[in-house]
Design a protein around this ligand. Structure first.
Ligand code: FBP
Length: 305
């Protein structure tokens, strides 16, 4: 049954066609958080992005593509996101079981350039063939190659939307002009979220922001307007506001594996600040299956509260 909250969120996308709205609704009505307008998504592209041993050696069953479909299902995630190979390996076996997000581009660290540019590794046609609800695409605002990624996204988003698919954008600032600390600075993360929204993303994925401010001109604006950025909840609120005043779904990534308590504290901050949810990769599949299901369950309980 469609809930009031899901209807309200869908109303934030008045220009979209019925197919896109249906797929956004599928994402919001699936899993344990179905109907709440909150999300917990399992993303497993780290085999490509970081390499197989760094990703899976700590929990060897995770080398198997079927493992991740099953984990996302057992935990009651809203969706499972992965590159072409992993999805092709299980999409038929798990057809209809859970909404899928096909990542259309990927980056590897064998050539870890200062100004990264992901390669297009799948197409909108692949997403349709696999029955995916959405395409996923990573942009690196701040990279000297950012303009190329923005243009690629413009074309792929247009094509995806014309076929009724939703568009999920991973917006990760990095590049030769951004310091390491700056990649998660509050001004930079808010800017990255805004860029993704302006590029037509329905769902925006960013990293949880720190209180550091990277850009001098932005610092003046934050100080002048006294934008609260002290607590994580304050900063999440600001990122949500920067995403069309809460009219775009913004979710936050889990990051490298940490202890349960640390992750749950961060999730509480995201929830308190009005974030729409989490996309938790390494912190899920790098734990043994049952521990991962338990932890994801606790995360979902926070978002459902
Ligand atoms: P994690 O929860 O493992 O951080 O996954 C989220 C994610 O966006 C993945 O989809 C992606 O592989 C990874 O982070 C990229 O991280 P980075 O490029 O910062 O190493």
């Amino acid at each position: 049954m469609m809930t009031k909250r899901v209807k309200e969120i869908l109303n934030h996308y008045p220009g979209e066609n019925a197919g896109v709205l249906t797929n956004l609704a599928r994402l919001m009505m699936s899993g344990r958080l179905g109907g709440t307008g909150k999300f917990v998504i399992l993303p497993v592209d780290q085999g490509f992005e970081h390499g197989p041993a760094r990703s899976f050696a700590v929990n060897p069953p995770a080398y198997d593509p079927a493992y991740h479909f099953q984990l996302a299902l057992d935990a009651g995630c809203n969706a499972y996101a992965a590159p072409l190979g992993f999805l092709e390996a299980g999409a038929a076996e798990f057809a209809g079981a859970i909404p899928l997000i096909l990542k259309l581009n990927n980056h590897d660290v064998l050539h870890d350039e200062k100004d990264p540019l992901s390669a297009q590794t799948a197409s909108v046609k692949d997403a349709l063939r696999l029955g995916a609800a959405a395409i996923g695409f990573t942009i690196y605002p701040g990279s000297s190659n950012a303009q190329i990624m923005y243009s690629q996204l413009r074309e792929l988003a247009l094509e995806a939307k014309s076929h009724g698919l939703a568009v999920v954008v991973w917006s990760y600032p990095r590049g030769s002009d951004i310091s390491k600390e700056g990649e998660t600075a509050i001004d930079v993360v808010a800017y990255a979220a805004q860029i993704a929204a302006q590029l037509g993303a329905h769902v925006i994925k960013v990293k949880a922001p720190s209180s550091h401010i990277e850009l001098a001109e932005a610092k003046k604006a934050y100080e002048k307007a006294k934008v609260p950025i002290e607590t994580l909840a304050d900063r999440i609120r600001h990122v949500v506001q920067s995403s069309f005043n809460g009219k775009r779904i913004v979710i936050f990534s889990g990051g490298a594996t940490v202890g349960d308590e640390q992750l749950l504290a961060e999730v509480k901050g995201i929830h308190e600040g009005g974030g729409f949810g989490s996309i938790v990769g390494r912190n899920s599949f790098q734990r043994p299956h049952d521990k991962a299901v338990e932890l994801l369950g606790k995360i979902m309980s926070i978002y459902a509260s």
